[in-house]
Ligand binder design. Structure first.
Ligand code: NCD
Length: 440
């Protein structure tokens, strides 16, 4: 069975620890591992710009003795002629390459690629959804500096809505027992689906911090308040909450992701960190960033021992070497794989609604993809897109066998078999799909 790495949860806890052990063995002698993967080929398919991710993947494969075929700008490939992702990865993962690193603007794209390719697929960033290999580098860096992850207090700061790196990183931090706190650029808060996953899978509720105004984060650490329940109710502010974290271990900053649809709503000052920011509870705080930076980290921090971002980027090579060798089956880890994700029932079909996210792969490549929803709970019904994880609003639920629909919340919904469930966001859509109302 091939192993893909699409979400950070595709690796088990011990597998992550083992990969870090291997990466730390590889790091001091990067040129000594070319016996590991001779004859193996990595294809890097990048539908979005990249410097570090693509080059560190390619460098990693070369250092392992393998070869690289690279499509660094898919606008010059057959994708420009309208070829689907499924067809592209079927071909590339046929005789061309033994493993694929994919970066694509649609959320859920890497999971689809993994389904259609015969070789392992590594997600090098799918839209604003996840970026799990960056998380390996980030987590490894934090671990290398602090010697542990458990119990660390880590602040994620900036565009939390569209930064795929913070989504994957938040999951990993919560999973390994760190405490996550959030400072979002106003209007660019952590998406509901990420918060839900943190809550449901890792039992973690991030603290919300609020910088009184982002520009002031630099000089006034005291202007950062804990508001654990509701980020905008300073009345919830209590002395004990403020005192609960004496010092933060890391501040992870991301740039405004202005290339995403919806980013044009951005207004107000974006946080900017400089040496002056690292006082008070931030005095011993490592500053992390996946790069590239815009203006959110001042250059005066680069020489400061608390800045980690260039080290994070450098560690991308040994971490990706370990990962590639593992996924190619060359490296065996003394660790078990994660337990398969079994939350809820998956509902597929063309009858019900589509995912509300226009950049979900099921909408971008609707020619051959059906919508796919995960029903996490029946009563009250809670569903997400199985590919991009967007929260699905359900107003009516149909049964594909009787072709009858029911109002969500009615007792009849629970009686519909999983394979017959059809979700509708409106009554109108149910009618248009040819379903009729349940007799009252
Ligand atoms: C990140 C990305 O592409 O999501 N870059 C990276 O891979 N190091 C972060 C970003 O572009 O902001």
């Amino acid at each position: 069975m091939k192993r893909d790495f699409v979400s950070i949860d595709d690796l088990g806890d011990d597998e992550v620890r083992e990969l870090f052990r291997v990466a730390s063995e590889m790091a001091p002698r990067l040129r000594e591992w070319s016996h590991l993967c001779p004859g193996r080929i990595l294809a890097s398919l990048f539908y979005e710009p990249s410097t570090r991710t693509r080059l560190s993947f390619e460098s990693a494969m070369s250092r392992l003795g393998g070869g690289v075929i690279s499509a660094p700008d898919m606008r010059t490939s057959s994708a420009a002629k309208g070829e689907t992702l499924a067809d592209t990865v079927r071909v590339v993962g046929g005789s061309y390459a033994d493993i694929i690193a994919l970066r694509h603007p649609a959320e859920g794209s890497a999971r689809i690629a993994a389904r259609y390719a015969d070789v392992p697929v590594v997600n090098a960033g799918d839209g604003s959804h996840e970026h799990p290999t960056q998380t390996l580098c980030d987590l490894y860096s934090l671990y290398a500096e602090k010697g542990r992850i458990e119990g660390l207090d880590v602040v994620l700061c900036g565009d939390l809505r569209f930064s795929r790196t913070v989504h994957s990183f938040a999951y990993a931090l919560a999973r390994f027992g760190a405490n996550v706190a959030l400072i979002a650029h106003r209007g660019f808060e952590m998406p509901e689906y990420v918060l839900r996953r943190l809550r449901d899978r890792y039992r973690h509720e991030p603290q919300r911090l609020e910088a009184e105004e982002f520009g002031s984060l630099a000089s006034r650490a005291d202007a950062v308040y804990f508001t654990p329940q509701n980020p905008h109710q300073l009345s919830l502010f209590t002395e004990s909450a403020v005192a609960s974290v004496a010092k933060f271990d890391a501040l992870y900053v991301t740039r405004p992701q202005n290339e995403r649809p919806g980013a044009e709503e951005r207004e107000g000052p974006y946080p900017r960190i400089d040496r002056g920011s690292l006082s008070g509870r931030f005095r011993d705080t490592f500053v992390m960033h996946p790069l590239p930076r815009m203006n959110e980290i001042a250059y005066d921090l680069d020489q400061d021992p608390r800045s980690l971002y260039f080290k994070q980027a450098a560690r991308g090579v040994p971490v990706r070497m370990a990962l590639l060798a593992f996924l190619l089956g060359v490296l065996e880890l003394r660790a078990s794989p994660p337990r398969p994700e079994t939350v809820g029932e998956v509902v597929r079909g063309r009858d019900g609604g589509r995912c509300p996210n226009a950049t979900c792969i099921t909408n971008v490549e609707s020619r051959y993809l059906e919508s796919e929803f995960r029903v996490e709970r029946r009563a009250p019904l809670r569903a997400t897109c199985a590919l991009c994880e967007s929260v699905i609003e359900v107003a009516f639920v149909g049964c594909s066998s009787t072709r009858v629909y029911h109002r969500e919340g009615s007792g009849d919904v629970r009686r519909i078999k999983a394979e017959h469930l059809v979700l509708f966001d409106s009554e109108d859509r149910a009618k248009r799909a040819g379903f009729s109302a349940a007799a009252r």
